[in-house]
Design a protein around this ligand. Structure first.
Ligand code: COA
Length: 550
């Protein structure tokens, strides 16, 4: 059998900027030099002051050179790129003069191709896409695109929810969205027009045009032509069921169809990706970098945030002037630790008020000089001692839950952490063996640790081994707050500002000084009853410090 060579004759074509209002800036190349781009696939991203759009290739070609620069300005008719396109295919029996690509084919097929080959000019059509058969009615839940967005065949157009499932309606062909014809919440059924889209068909061979017509016939009912110009070749895709871990095409995420497609291919949720493009646009590079960094992250870290929706980034500069400052290392570490504690521990906070009238009288009678210390003790050293004694009485509060959740570890030592507010952030130095120290010693230890914290001189040793934390905002104010447990500890005491209040003694109102206390506890380890008893003991000791001697 004799084989002939099919020779593709290539021509250089310029791709021009389509009709847009005003001018825009080129913000991203989406194709690399030498890469083949299919008709309708995005070439570049252009941003104007109104919108961002992906400019599609009007025909399939190989990119040879860019005629525009990144960040350069473009307008209707600007030359964008030079491309190589197939203008005709000839059957040759011998060596060809210019051979760009060679394919062996059967002689009959070659003859047919050679006779029907004929280039036609680029055409633009506006078409509507109708709802395909989804097995019943559904409500429009979410739009996947924005007007001006370019989409590829198979890209989701919108999300529909029936009483059975949530489904993405895929585009039956590539194009650019003009507008949605439905609203969110609207109930739609088979045949409801969903969107209008503009589609361009590039230089076509007669064969392609013929195929296009045939394909259009095939999807009649789901694609209806508004203009009379030729249609591109649509091919209906089946309805895609949403899977929980696939990339979510949320309209609020700022990215183009090409990035969305890549995210879907890589199983990335775009809401987790930080966009580095203009105005936070998510680029393909951002998705690749996200995947790379996730591969490097220990699995446990990834698991701990899975399923928690992230807070979408906002461009605050749209509303006025802004300034960004980097967080200190300490602030970042605190933020990470607080999130970990908050997410892992079921917190409950018990609020109460301790009568510290007598304690305050006693405190007022003290003198630093007589005690041989620099500064008269504040309420805090008394609180530390009261808590230390209560921890001895209720060892559950001096415990830790094993990470496997199967064991409670009781600690025999009593080390109490004290939250210290410093210009660089919050730190929690630890008072070791707090139950064995006097008020003077506790007062000095707290002053020493607080000063080291503010001078950033705390050692790792100073901050390790805590069993329970006290966070006192008493000097600044507040009537109460919900402190976050400092894991692996199981409880924390928040202290707000003590104030004079009238307290009914059964006969008259007495002026008493009340100290608001807020005890947060880990409900996996401690029950409300335990917390109530612990708090009662603390109240009793604070209202009559003679209990500390018992
Ligand atoms: N009610 C009323 N007055 C209070 C009080 C309270 N609960 N707690 C403290 N005060 C008083 C003190 O008695 C002191 O007054 P005095 O000198 O007349 O006795 C004054 O407020 C200043 O106290 P302060 O210097 O803050 O000492 P302290 O021993 O109470 O606290 C630190 C020491 C280091 C804990 C404290 O300075 C600190 O940094 N607190 C912030 C902790 C924090 O930010 N926690 C929040 C975590 S979310």
């Amino acid at each position: 059998m004799c084989f002939l060579l099919l020779v593709l004759i290539m021509a250089l074509e310029i791709i021009y900027m389509p009709d847009v209002e005003g001018s825009g800036e080129v913000v991203e190349y989406l194709v690399e030099l030498g890469e083949t781009v299919e008709e309708g696939e995005p070439l570049i991203v252009v941003e104007s002051d109104k919108a961002s759009m992906e400019v599609p290739a009007p025909f399939s070609c190989i990119l040879k050179s860019w005629e525009i620069e990144l960040e350069g300005s473009v307008e209707t008719g600007s030359a964008l790129a030079q491309c190589e396109v197939i203008v005709s295919e000839l059957a040759m029996s011998d060596a060809a003069p210019v051979v760009e690509a060679q394919i062996s084919v059967e002689p009959e097929a070659v003859a047919e191709k050679a006779t029907t080959s004929n280039a036609t000019p680029v055409t633009e059509s506006i078409v509507s896409i109708d709802m395909p058969d989804a097995g019943g009615d559904g409500d429009v839940v979410e739009f996947s695109l924005q007007p001006g967005d370019h989409f590829l065949e198979g890209d989701p157009i919108l999300l529909v929810e029936s009483d059975k499932a949530a489904m993405e309606v895929p585009a039956p062909f590539s194009g650019t969205l003009v507008e949605y014809l439905v609203e969110t919440g609207q109930t739609i059924s088979e045949g409801t027009p969903l969107v209008t889209a503009s589609v361009s068909s590039g230089i076509q061979t007669a064969n392609d045009a013929e195929k296009s017509v045939q394909s259009t016939d095939k999807v009649k009912g789901s694609v209806s032509s508004i203009s009379d110009t030729p249609q591109p070749s649509p091919s209906p895709s089946p309805m895609a069921l949403l899977s929980s871990d696939s990339s979510k095409t949320d309209g609020s995420v700022y990215s183009g169809p090409a990035s969305r497609k890549l995210a879907r291919q890589l199983g990335v949720n775009l809401e987790d990706v930080k966009g580095t493009g203009p105005r936070g646009r998510i680029l393909k590079e951002d998705i690749k970098a996200f995947v790379k960094s996730n591969l490097k992250t220990p699995k446990q870290e990834v698991v701990s945030v899975a399923g928690i929706p992230s807070i979408p980034e906002q461009d605050f500069s749209r509303f006025g002037g802004v300034e960004s400052k980097n967080l200190s290392g300490m602030a970042k570490a605190t933020a990470a630790h607080m999130s970990r504690c908050w997410l892992n521990i079921p917190h409950v906070t018990l609020f109460d008020e301790s009568d510290i009238t007598d304690l305050e009288c006693y405190r007022a009678s003290l003198s630093a000089e007589a005690l041989g210390i620099d500064k008269k003790p504040t309420i805090l050293p008394f609180l530390v001692l009261v808590i230390a004694k209560a921890l001895r009485k209720y060892p559950l509060f001096n415990s830790a839950l094993h990470p496997d959740g199967k064991q409670i570890i009781y600690k025999e030592y009593i080390n109490i952490g004290v939250a210290v507010d410093t210009p660089a952030g919050l730190v929690v130095p630890v008072i070791k063996d707090a139950d064995k120290k006097s008020i003077s010693e506790l007062s000095e230890t707290i002053a020493d640790l607080a000063s080291k914290a503010r001078d950033r001189k705390l050692t790792a040793e100073d901050m390790q081994g805590g069993c329970f934390t006290i966070s006192s905002l008493g000097a600044t104010g507040g009537t109460g707050f919900t402190p976050i447990i400092n894991a692996p500890e199981v409880a924390i005491l928040g202290v707000a500002k003590a104030t004079m209040k009238p307290v009914w003694d059964g006969e008259i109102f007495q002026p008493r000084k009340l100290l608001p206390l807020c005890l947060s506890f880990d409900h996996r380890v401690i029950n409300g009853g335990d917390a109530g008893r612990f708090m009662a003991t603390v109240n009793q000791s604070l209202s009559d410090i003679r209990h500390l001697l018992l």
